[in-house]
Design a protein around this ligand. Structure first.
Ligand SMILES: Cc1cc2nc3c(=O)[nH]c(=O)nc-3n(C[C@H](O)[C@H](O)[C@H](O)COP(=O)(O)O)c2cc1C
Length: 460
């Protein structure tokens, strides 16, 4: 069989993910693997039609397509995202349609599920037969047991191709949202004195719904909001994945463009931060993704801590739960308040005007109160995963993170709760006594769970 591998790492052959592909190549000599470094060579693919056609021909001639990529900010690298956009822009869907696909990622399992959901949805939109995914931890290949699991995954996929097995579907096609937003003149009624509002948008073009939503929100605040169009932000290229920023947050791009300086000067100083984007395939645009990837110079520290973070989204977000989850998670992981998402999925312009007004009022009120609502699993899960990783395997490399986590009390390991440890020790002994155990579970436990809370209610 011929397998076309679409490499999503900006590091090309030096990629962790590619080592997994090279391993498959050795283990299955009966199959031919051709590897296309689409993320690393994206510039050439955009400029050079012949190079683009070579990739499409390779996919068209394949029996199976392997989407092999590293995780980048809950998704794929910006250049891989751009490659996916080009498939539609250049009407190359035919090369992919009907092919048996699988996805292979390497990561530290931080939001790997959202990236895999994205790739599966893209496969289904392209009419591919998506079989399965393999989400490897970076170093899994070094473990014998994981290698066996990985080989089984590949065998299942090859068998599905050979036997033309039916595949399971997970994502319904998106029904486009056709509403045209015509805002009524907004009055600058929302008081935001003392709070800097920054809107980062993919476009300010008022021919688009998004451009009009941005303009409307901007006018809603009494103190003018600063608006930055991502097309104008000085980003000369995408994240290279070199991790040189890990020691001291200095990015290799710092000498070449103004992104880092802009981020520090305008985003870190904002109180209310609104991100605005239009849905493109199953995410926002590749430019938006590049903005996120480049913010990795902050490593795993929440550089936008304590702010109000909200979104304006143009497009059918209600049909894209995966994207909604990533947007909310981003705000929570920044330890900021998730101030909500306004979309243009409304029945009238007046309704959208009212939503934008309410959204601005809510964000300003929360900023006044420095309100941060409780973090859900989306934030807590990520915080715990990063805490453990930075403290252990990743500390040597990510020294800037380690300093930040230490200084900000992020190493909140449960082992440090000495009174709980003492309680657990005593509890373990007492629970061995049948009479105590019986009484505890039948009479003490449920009242005990609410005793402290009842006291608060009584005193309220
Ligand atoms: C900018 C950037 C963003 C990343 N985002 C994630 C992420 O969201 N989740 C995760 O688990 N790992 C993330 N990683 C870690 C990489 O996915 C991981 O190191 C991967 O194995 C690199 O693969 P590669 O060598 O094939 O490029 C990120 C790394 C970088 C540099």
């Amino acid at each position: 069989m011929k397998i076309s591998v679409l490499n999503g790492s900006p590091k090309g052959e030096q990629s962790v993910t590619m080592q997994y592909v090279f391993f498959l190549q050795k283990k299955f000599p009966q199959h031919t693997f051709s590897i296309q470094h689409v993320a690393q060579r994206l510039g050439k693919l955009e400029r050079d039609q012949a190079a683009w056609q070579t990739v499409c021909d390779d996919v068209a001639a394949a029996d199976g397509v392997l989407w092999a990529f590293p995780l980048y900010y809950m998704l794929v690298h910006a250049e891989y995202k751009r490659f996916i956009e080009l498939i539609w822009e250049r009407q190359a869907q035919k090369a992919f349609s009907g092919k048996y696909a699988a996805a292979l990622s390497t990561s530290i399992h931080f939001y790997d599920h959202t990236a895999h959901n994205y790739i599966q949805a893209i496969c289904e939109d392209l009419g591919m037969q998506y079989v399965n995914y393999y989400s490897a931890d970076m170093h899994d290949l070094a473990k014998a047991k994981e290698r066996q699991t990985f080989l089984r995954f590949a065998e299942h996929w090859f068998d599905a191709i050979a036997q033309a097995k039916p595949t399971l579907k997970a994502f319904a096609p998106i029904q486009a949202n056709a509403m045209t937003y015509t805002p009524a003149p907004a009055s600058p009624a929302v008081k935001n004195a003392g709070h800097k509002v920054v809107i980062v948008t993919e476009t300010t073009d008022t021919q688009t719904n998004l451009g009009r939503m941005v303009a409307q929100l901007r006018q809603t605040f009494a103190q003018p909001a600063e608006v930055f169009d991502l097309a104008q932000v000085d980003m000369k290229g995408g994240c290279l994945g070199c991790i040189r920023c890990a020691y001291d947050n200095v990015c290799v791009w710092d000498a070449k463009d103004g992104y880092h300086e802009w981020f520090d000067a305008h985003l870190k100083t904002a109180d209310i931060l609104i991100f605005a984007g239009a849905i493109r395939d199953r995410y926002l645009s590749a430019r938006w993704k590049m903005f996120l990837d480049r913010s990795f110079f902050n490593n795993h520290a929440p550089a936008l801590m304590g702010k109000q973070i909200g979104y304006l989204v143009s497009g059918a977000l209600s049909q894209q739960h995966n994207l909604r989850e990533m947007l909310q998670a981003y705000a929570e992981l920044q330890r900021s308040n998730f101030a909500g998402i306004v979309t243009d999925e409304v029945s009238s312009s007046a309704e959208l005007d009212a939503q934008i007004q309410a959204f601005a009022e809510h964000a300003a009120r929360c900023a006044d109160q420095q309100h941060i609502q409780p973090t859900t699993f989306l934030g807590i899960g990520g915080q715990v995963l990063f805490r453990d990783a930075i403290w252990s395997d990743m500390r040597f490399v990510f020294q800037a993170d380690h300093r930040f986590y230490k200084a900000n009390g992020f190493y909140n390991f449960p082992q440090k709760k000495y009174h709980i440890r003492l309680l657990n020790l005593l509890g373990a002994v007492l629970m061995k006594i049948p009479a105590f155990r019986k009484r505890f579970y039948s009479k003490e436990m449920i009242p005990g769970m609410i005793r402290g809370l009842q006291k608060v209610v009584a005193e309220a």
